[in-house]
Design a protein around this ligand. Structure first.
Ligand code: SF4
Length: 463
């Protein structure tokens, strides 16, 4: 068992029995579930919309190379700059170069999982650059020194009392402020940062190939300020966030908002085509798009998991997953948690290190059921397990256990032997600690079904 796996198990064990954590998560997810039902009403034929969206993404990912080149051409033609990053280090180096060119001491950021993936904030801080999160949930997490808990709602695990405590401890505010008061304080603290930051950094929910645009979806208006006020805007974008045509937003914006938060449409949806043009009053003087691979082409190269690249990061599968709801987002030890995180992380960050995440599932299939893109998530968790075995990554004891199991299952005699009292002995000496820790002891019947049936038959003929 590697260190990541033992940390995962230890953290999961703690969270799964933390009733207060469960209460907060259930409260938030119940609210989400109620909103999604309402949001779905806007679709005349939701199933058709989901199928169509999947089809668009399938086609787009199959022609990813052409779309990337088309984007680059269009974006450069309007004065934008496109950079390519194979991994996190390359992306960070490119960002640092831009920061140095601009003599930047401060950047503002809007919510972006890609920047979490490359650990941008830590990197900038180490290089003497202040990086300020401007999304309220991210701001709370940054103040508290925690990574986002959920890909859509970063502070989902915190109650309003928790947030008031964080503000009190980190900003010295009164201890029991209301959500409105807390929001106003955050707003006041952040407003001045937009004016002083030389660079604004965002991710993108989609990039559009035919127009060379990026799209940013948000509810607070902070991303608009991040992209409009600083002199330079850098967007770091995963290569898989492609949409072929701008008209595809007709479908993808409502899908993302409905499955992400239950809204019909998110409050602010911005399409950015490049830096400020001649005669325009708003926008950055320079705009960069950094296309990040960082393991995404591993997903592309493996046909059995390629459709995980269709993901629009709505978070729906996290909210539906019984494992996520019990262990929470931080236990996974990965930027992308929940079912989709368990599918993509082993490919993006190493099968050997993260294969255990593919077992963090009951395989109930609820993730697949709720995914707006109908991504076959639970099936890909099985594929990951198969790939790990094929690569010889399962340990000696697991191999042995399966060998013994196979032998036993193929022999009636062995099964019967294991059932005559031995089963209790074997089970209790090997598994009792893991099993009975929080459960009642298991007692296997002394007789097998076959033995009982024989007895029954014998009895019946006698009668
Ligand atoms: S896999 Fe589907 S449900 Fe999960 S975050 Fe992605 S789009 Fe949403």
């Amino acid at each position: 068992m590697n260190e990541l796996q033992s940390t995962f198990l230890a953290k999961s064990e703690v969270k799964a029995h933390d009733l207060e954590h469960k209460r907060k998560i259930s409260w938030n997810i119940d609210k989400y579930n109620a909103a999604v039902v309402k949001g779905k009403e806007q679709f005349a034929d939701l199933e058709l919309a989901r199928k169509k969206a999947k089809n668009i993404k399938w086609k787009a990912i199959e022609h990813l190379d052409t779309h990337l080149e088309n984007f680059e051409k269009k974006f450069i033609a309007r004065g934008g700059k496109v950079l390519w990053a194979n991994d996190a280090d390359e992306a960070l180096a490119q960002i640092l170069t831009i920061c140095k060119e601009q003599k930047t001491t401060q950047v503002v950021k809007s919510k972006s999982m890609v920047t979490e993936e490359i650990h941008l904030n830590d990197f900038l801080e180490k290089n003497g650059i202040e990086s300020v999160e401007t999304d309220l949930g991210e701001y709370i997490q940054q103040l508290d020194g925690e990574a986002p808990y959920h890909i859509v709602t970063p502070a989902m695990h915190k109650s309003k009392e928790d947030v008031a405590r964080v503000f009190h401890e980190k900003l010295g505010t009164a201890p029991h402020l209301s959500p409105t008061e807390l929001t106003l304080i955050a707003r006041e603290k952040l407003r001045s940062k937009y004016q002083t930051a030389q660079i604004g950094i965002t991710g993108a929910n989609f990039w559009i190939a035919d127009t060379g645009s990026i799209c940013v979806t948000e509810n607070e208006g902070n991303a608009r300020l991040t992209t409009a006020l600083p002199k330079v805007h850098i967007a770091i974008v995963g290569i898989e966030k492609v949409l072929p045509c701008i008209k595809d937003l007709n479908l993808f914006w409502p899908l993302l908002s409905t499955f992400g938060t239950g809204q019909k449409v998110t409050s602010y949806n911005t399409i950015l085509n490049g830096p400020k043009q001649m005669g325009e009053s708003d926008g950055p003087e320079e705009m960069y798009v950094i296309f990040l691979d960082n393991g995404r082409t591993n997903l592309l190269a493996e046909p059995a998991v390629r459709e995980s690249m269709y993901c629009i990061r709505c978070g729906s599968c996290l909210n539906a997953c019984p494992v996520y709801k019990n262990i929470g987002g931080h236990a996974y030890g990965a930027t992308y948690s929940g079912p989709i995180g368990a599918v993509i992380t082993p490919h993006m960050k190493g099968m050997e290190e993260f294969k255990h995440l593919s077992y963090a599932s009951s395989l109930c299939g609820n993730c697949t059921e709720v995914c707006p893109l109908k991504i076959n998530i639970h099936n890909m968790l099985l594929v990951n397990r198969q790939l790990a075995v094929k690569e010889g990554l399962n340990g000696f004891s697991e191999n042995m256990a399966w060998k013994v199991w196979r032998q036993s299952m193929m022999s009636r005699k062995l099964i019967a032997m294991a059932s005559t009292g031995m089963k209790n002995k074997v089970f209790h000496s090997i598994f009792s600690k893991a099993w009975a820790n929080r459960r009642n002891e298991i007692k296997f019947p002394a007789q097998t079904f076959q033995q009982m049936y024989k007895q029954y038959q014998h009895q019946s003929t006698k009668d």
